[in-house]
Design a protein around this ligand. Structure first.
Ligand code: FES
Ligand code: FES
Length: 157
């Protein structure tokens, strides 16, 4: 049995069983390794992608649950699709503020920040803290993440 998904605006026919987590399909079957495995239990946010524009933990999302909804990953968040302008502003702000330390959590952080700014172009500190609460950074880059999100919001205003 195969599963066909829309990933980064391309149809992908997957051979993985329907209960395969989207994260494994992205990384192992399609080769999109920018999305990271952290905990596998929806606790860290490293595996965050967008499904229909919503920040979603791909480690606990079976491919059978995705259906026709478009999936966007870190590889295309700043270049393809309706979120691209916001994704680019977020990535530029990340570079400007030198957010990443080891970098492992950062693709998930960028995906969550982009989803936030797609819904809320002027987030307060509380809005940011709430939206980003599920994205853990062992390097403690939270202050730079917050500053970069405010900066991206300014760029997009
Ligand atoms: S790997 Fe998915 S939330 Fe941690
Ligand atoms: S930059 Fe190292 S875990 Fe976040």
């Amino acid at each position: 049995m195969t599963t066909t998904l829309q990933i980064n605006r391309q149809r992908q026919t997957l051979q993985s069983p329907p209960d395969t987590p989207l994260l494994w399909a992205l990384r192992d079957e399609i080769g999109l390794t920018g999305t990271k495995f952290g905990c596998g239990m929806a606790l860290c946010g490293a595996c965050t992608v967008h499904i229909n524009g919503v920040a979603t933990r791909s480690c606990v999302t079976p491919i059978s649950a995705v259906g026709d909804k478009p999936v966007t990953t870190i590889e295309q968040v700043a270049t393809t699709g309706p979120q691209a302008k916001v994704g680019k502003a977020v990535q530029d702000a990340w570079v400007k503020h030198d957010v990443a330390q080891c970098g492992y959590c950062q693709s998930g952080q960028v995906m969550s920040a982009t989803a936030l700014l797609m819904k809320n172009r002027q987030p307060t500190n509380d809005d940011i803290d709430t939206a980003m609460a599920g994205n853990i950074c062992r390097c403690g880059t939270y202050a730079r993440i917050r500053a970069a999100i405010h900066d991206a919001a300014k760029t997009l205003a």
